[in-house]
Design a binder for this molecule. Sequence first.
Ligand SMILES: NC(=O)c1ccc[n+]([C@@H]2O[C@H](COP(=O)([O-])OP(=O)(O)OC[C@H]3O[C@@H](n4cnc5c(N)ncnc54)[C@H](O)[C@@H]3O)[C@@H](O)[C@H]2O)c1
Length: 439
Amino acid sequence: MGIQRGSEIKPAHGKLGVLLPGMGAVATTFIAGVEAVRRGLAQPVGSLTQLGTIRIGKRTENKNPKISDFVPLAGLDDLVFGGWDIFTDDAYEAAAHAGVLKPETLAQIKPFLQSVRPMAGVFEPQWVKKLHGTHVKTGTSKRDLAEQLIADIAAWKQQNDISRCVAIWCGSTEVYQVPSAVHASLAAFEAGLDASDEAIAPSAIYAYALLKSGVAYANGAPNLSLDFPAMHELAKQQGLPIAGKDFKTGQTLMKTVIAPMLKARMLGLTGWYSTNILGNRDGEVLDDPDSFKTKEMSKLGALEYILQPHLYPELYKEFHHVVRINYYPPRGDNKEGWDNIDIFGWLGYPMQIKVDFLCRDSILAAPIVLDLALFLDLAQRSGMAGVQEWLSFYFKTPMTVPGLYPEHDLFIQLMKLKNTLRYLRGEELITHLGTEYYD
Ligand SMILES: NC(=O)c1ccc[n+]([C@@H]2O[C@H](COP(=O)([O-])OP(=O)(O)OC[C@H]3O[C@@H](n4cnc5c(N)ncnc54)[C@H](O)[C@@H]3O)[C@@H](O)[C@H]2O)c1
């Protein structure tokens, strides 16, 4: 990973700025949640950095510190929130509109939420067809827009006395795009900014501006934004950690738990049909086929990688995998995801598994935003630059170093994450080797 085991980690002194391009349901649930936890009003359930422990040494040693005591993470009191949106709503109005948290919860922290106001966003309607933003920057070129974002970041850091900064894309899912010539190198991308190349999406302009400003960046949505050679190059050049993409929260979280079980027991799969109903703004955006295509590609990948049909053709060759998202306003942010899984066992006898997950999208995503903010900051202070594969745990489509395949199995991802923390602190990695010395 390019750094020495147990090398020095810079201390987490001062304020950590958390910049959020896109301040809708997920972002405001995250901000409101952190404030509620800071005031002792609630528990940070779902957050590994806040509640998780890590085993150190042999099982007999019984050493299980909290992760937050084991590695030097920023404290919640040191987090400062900012960001951009294409609507002027402050975090209170946006949270009230999203309808995730109860009015009584929001009322307790209303003045704080009202103080978090979005800066004007960079937006082009062809990238998110269902939204018609009103709080949008104008500029002479995409380069000019990037410069405006860079100026926003510098001014915001100064106004808020920020010593370090990370960013997490919580904006809408842009339409599907494959990388093209303009994404192939930093030089090509910068020329594309000057020429306002139409293949440069708004989310990629944010990525450029953030990395140029020395801000570590993770992408919580499936759109390209960061996952192409030009941004990998810029991150390396700037010595910044990057991660993505698409928070792994609901149905895919279940998929990456159930599929490894099927493979572990050598049970076969003939089909996996997943469908969802979702009624928030994200659901509305994904009702556009081009934005849905981006999400669909992200959701489809996990099974192929986990099941490895090329290694187990008798079990997983040509299984049917279908993913649907249906926009259904009455449910708001409370998604319902159904999975019908057609499997087969001994002698090919068929069986079925049915999953009905009544989840809350932003309640599952908010702790991921918190963990990513704290771990990105830790990575940055540890000198880790480029793609952070150890954060795959949090993503539906984990970004990898070019040429490597992504790891999707949730428990392998968790082991990788914890072993990275052990490595950073110079502790033995845990391999679960079954001898009396190491088990
Ligand atoms: N469980 C989850 O909630 C989950 C899981 C995985 C991924 N995601 C992704 O996270 C993102 C946020 O989800 P959400 O439920 O908060 O959606 P949301 O619609 O409530 O919020 C998105 C916000 O981004 C803003 N926005 C859109 N384009 C922008 C731009 N160019 N600049 C600045 N702001 C912009 C919108 O105005 C909106 O306020 C979506 O892309 C979603 O697909 C969410």
